[in-house]
Ligand binder design. Sequence first.
Ligand SMILES: [Zn+2]
Length: 158
Amino acid sequence: MYQDGLGHEPVTVVGSIRSRVAVYTGLSSRAASADTVNDYGAAVIAREAELLRAAAARLATLDFYPRPVRTGRVRIVHAPWFFALPGLRRFHGYELGLLILVRAPLDEVTEDLVTHELCHVWQLQHRPFFWLSYLWQGYRDNEFEREARRAVELSRPR
Ligand SMILES: [Zn+2]
C-alpha cells in the first residue's frame, strides 16, 4: 500500500484516449477496431514491463531476502475504481497477491511506487502471511510497510 500527502487526482489519459477512439469509430471501446485496441494494449504492456523491470532491478540491489523477487506472473493494473472504495481513497497503490493495483494510468505511475508495491510481492514470496501483521500492527508503523518504504529510499538512483 502506498499513500502520500499529495492527494491530487491524476488525469485519466488512457481513459480519455479510449473514449475519443470510441467516438471516432462510432463503436463502444470494446468493439473498436482490433488495430486500435492492440496499439493501446501493447503500449500499456510495454510500460508495465518497463516498470516491473526497473523496480525488480532496484530491489536486486537490496539484501532483505535470500532470493530475488520473481516478477514473471506479476501484473500492474490501472484500477481507479478500487481506490474509490471506502478506506482506500488515501492510497495510490495496493498489492493484492500478484496484482499491483494503481490509481494513476501506467504512464503516470512512478518507479518509486512500483518498487514499493513490488517489495510487498517480494515479502509475500518469503513471508506468505505478512499481510496478517496489518491486523495488529496497523498500516503506518507496520514493519513490512516500513521495509517497503526503506526499499524505495535505499534503491533510489542517485
Ligand atoms: Zn505498502
